[in-house]
Design a protein around this ligand. Structure first.
Ligand code: APR
Ligand code: PHB
Length: 389
């Protein structure tokens, strides 16, 4: 078998890249380890920058997002009983769209099926070969048989635990990492949200977030310990703890109910450099992880795919490899700024177990400054709505 670009992973990165390449007439094949249903059962964040919306439009997969997505002009930050609204639109002229990543994945899968591009689901033991040559190969097992695909380029879009980054010799890649000493316990519930915008809460008992998927479905998070398990958190206990961390107005507007999903996610900052090895290019979570506090995971995957799709199209249409050579540096420049923002938001809003009185006063001063300075609010807003690319 032969294709131009072999894409590993059918998450948002791989599907978006595949769609943009197919629409530009570049042949590609996606190899995904899990089943389609499994990929669609993963619940992830849901705040989409305008740049990512534009890319989904280019991929012809934004119709439902425009119909069902909620446009948010701002967000709220709560601290010591006060709530401050950060008005993205007034401060930056930009907005974000609240629309679940799972729905984006579904829309991209539908768009790919509509144009007849090929995806192999349940591709086991994917392995990459000859990445430094101009004829890389990818093999996988499917129904007891081993298959092989020859290509010009491999796009490693297979997330943090994927095979692509691990196929790069250790001497050729450097990893930079911070693991945070807490997790997020998330609950999805079929009830209207407490407020029409998100509320990020810094509380003595730990961080909390009130988010949503639609006007009738809410998503809530509580900072929890890493050694906790979802069985330690029956619904009643979750709601009780959330109420404790909310201000009285938010607490009284909270509509609780039976959770339809509950999970714990650890928080990590991670970047692998460079995002290229020979003819293998990494994109999305395969190359970097951000803690969810800044809602940047999906949006960074989109900017990587923007740079990579343009570089590949330039190569196939005009024969120039210049943009492919610049890909890693361009993508990483934006990645590190989003890493900084996500780290800063995490640092400002969570309780750190080892934090001293000095650290806590620094956090209070940071929030007091944010609440009182338009310049500080503009800096938050500009990063939250997404830096340009
Ligand atoms: N072979 C083939 N596919 C694989 C392999 C493998 N060895 N390992 C992982 N995969 C698949 C996963 O099953 C998954 O469907 O690669 C896909 C990677 O998708 P994501 O983890 O969603 O990563 P990405 O597409 O880069 O999207 C980034 O998703 O994880 C969130 O917070 C993250 O919002 C961000 C966004
Ligand atoms: C979510 O809705 O899941 C969500 C929203 C904002 C974040 C993180 C997660 O910062």
């Amino acid at each position: 078998m032969r294709t131009q670009v072999a894409i590993i992973g059918a998450g948002p990165s791989g599907l978006l890249l595949g769609q943009l390449l197919s629409l530009a007439g570049i042949d590609n094949m996606i190899l995904e380890q899990k089943s389609k249903d499994y990929v669609l059962s993963r619940i992830r964040a849901g705040v989409v920058e305008q740049g990512a919306v534009k890319l989904l439009e280019e991929a012809r997969a934004a119709e439902r997002l425009h119909r069902e997505g909620l446009v948010h002009d701002g967000t709220e930050i709560a601290f010591q009983g006060r709530r401050r609204r950060i008005d993205f639109k007034a401060l930056t002229g930009k907005v974000v769209t609240v629309y679940g990543q799972t729905e984006i994945t579904r829309d991209l899968m539908d768009a790919r099926e509509a144009i007849g591009a090929e995806t192999v689901y349940e591709a086991a033991d994917v392995a990459l070969f000859d990445l430094k040559s101009d004829r890389p190969r990818v093999s996988w097992r499917e129904g007891g048989e081993t298959h092989e695909l020859q290509c010009d380029y491999v796009a490693g879009c297979d997330g943090f635990h994927g095979v692509s980054r691990r196929s790069i010799p250790e001497s050729e890649i450097a990893a930079f990492e911070r693991v945070y000493p807490f997790g997020w316990l998330g609950v999805l519930v079929e009830k209207p949200p407490v407020s029409h915008e998100l509320i990020y809460v810094n509380h003595d008992r730990g961080f909390a977030l009130c988010s949503m998927r639609s006007t009738s479905r809410s998503r809530y998070y509580l900072q929890c310990r890493l050694d906790e398990h979802i069985d330690d958190w029956p619904d009643d206990k979750f709601w009780e703890e959330l109420v404790r961390r909310l201000d009285p107005a938010a607490a009284s507007a909270l509509q609780t109910g039976a959770s339809i999903e509950k999970s714990i996610a650890p928080l990590r900052s991670f970047v692998a450099e460079p995002m290229r090895y020979g003819n293998l290019f990494l994109a999305g979570d395969a190359a970097h992880i951000v803690p969810p506090t800044g809602a940047k995971g999906l949006n960074l995957a989109a900017s990587d795919v923007h740079y990579l799709s343009h570089a590949l199209i330039e190569k196939y249409k005009n024969g120039s490899a210049k943009d492919l050579d610049l890909y890693a540096a361009k993508a990483l420049a934006r990645v590190w700024k989003a890493e900084r923002f996500s780290w800063w938001m995490t640092q400002m809003l969570h309780r750190f177990p080892e934090s001293s009185g000095f650290d806590q006063r620094m956090q209070a001063a940071e929030l007091d400054y944010l609440f009182s300075s338009e310049a500080a609010q503009t800096a938050l807003a500009e990063n939250y709505v997404g830096l340009p690319y």
